[in-house]
Design a protein around this ligand. Structure first.
Ligand SMILES: [Zn+2]
Length: 232
């Protein structure tokens, strides 16, 4: 078979014509990015082609069902990863180099003292994550700014595993109600309550598991983005 020529970027509803055989009126098409001889993505958004699932399956040497599942999963996973990266690192983007390095190396201990520069890596990770969520080849752009963060209440068990994650309500009375209930629950299980800001619940789990410094910057960034704003 050799090295595959394509990688699946996602599945889209807004292109109904197969770029391979020209068939029209398709319910969905698969976005494919060409790969170079070494299997690296070889192109930009403009090089992405949209094939019907049948032609995509032939091009990839897989079944149609497998192609559709892979396409959906690939996109969901890439977006989720991008949201985690932004939720962790966007708040420290403009922090002092020392804090940024601490946040990065605590998550990537094995890279400590290897010459990997935390500031450069963080900038690169953020740029890639933003590009992923801004990528409109497979649908509209997804929220990616700190202003898009939402608050999540997280109850941790005594051994710091996640017991529960809930979106914090906007309504002040409901928020207090949630907080009271969470404190009570945390007392029952001898756990603790955290409030973190993130792009989604999955990313909120990641922030909750992070170290104190990461969470400190997370809180600070959310407050800075929402100070004086009562609409959110
Ligand atoms: Zn086709």
């Amino acid at each position: 078979m050799g090295i595959p020529k394509w990688t699946i970027k996602g599945i889209v509803d807004d292109f109904d014509e197969c770029g391979c055989c020209g068939r029209r009126g398709l319910k969905r098409t698969v976005a494919l990015m060409p790969l170079d001889a070494d299997g690296n993505e070889d192109g930009t958004a403009e090089d992405v082609v949209y094939y019907g699932t049948s032609c995509a399956a032939t091009a990839l040497g897989r079944t149609q069902g497998k192609v559709t599942d892979t396409a959906r999963a690939a996109q969901a996973e890439r977006d989720a990863y991008a949201r985690r990266i932004i939720s962790i690192y966007a708040p420290v983007e403009f922090a002092h180099v020392r804090d940024k390095a601490r946040v990065y190396y605590r998550r990537n201990q094995h890279q400590r003292d290897t010459g990997v520069k935390a500031t450069e890596v963080v900038a690169k990770l953020l740029a890639e994550a933003r590009a992923t969520l801004a990528d409109t080849t497979t649908g509209p752009a997804r929220p990616s700014r700190i202003e898009d963060f939402r608050r999540y209440l997280v109850i941790l068990t005594s051994d710091r595993r996640i017991h529960l994650v809930r979106r914090v309500p906007r309504d002040e009375a409901k928020r207090q109600e949630q907080d009271t209930a969470a404190q009570r629950r945390a007392d029952e299980i001898r756990g603790s309550v955290l409030v973190v800001a993130a792009l989604d619940a999955e990313a909120a789990r990641e922030v909750a598991h992070a170290d104190d410094l990461t969470r400190e910057w997370n809180t600070r960034a959310w407050q800075a983005a929402h100070v004086g704003s009562h609409t959110t």
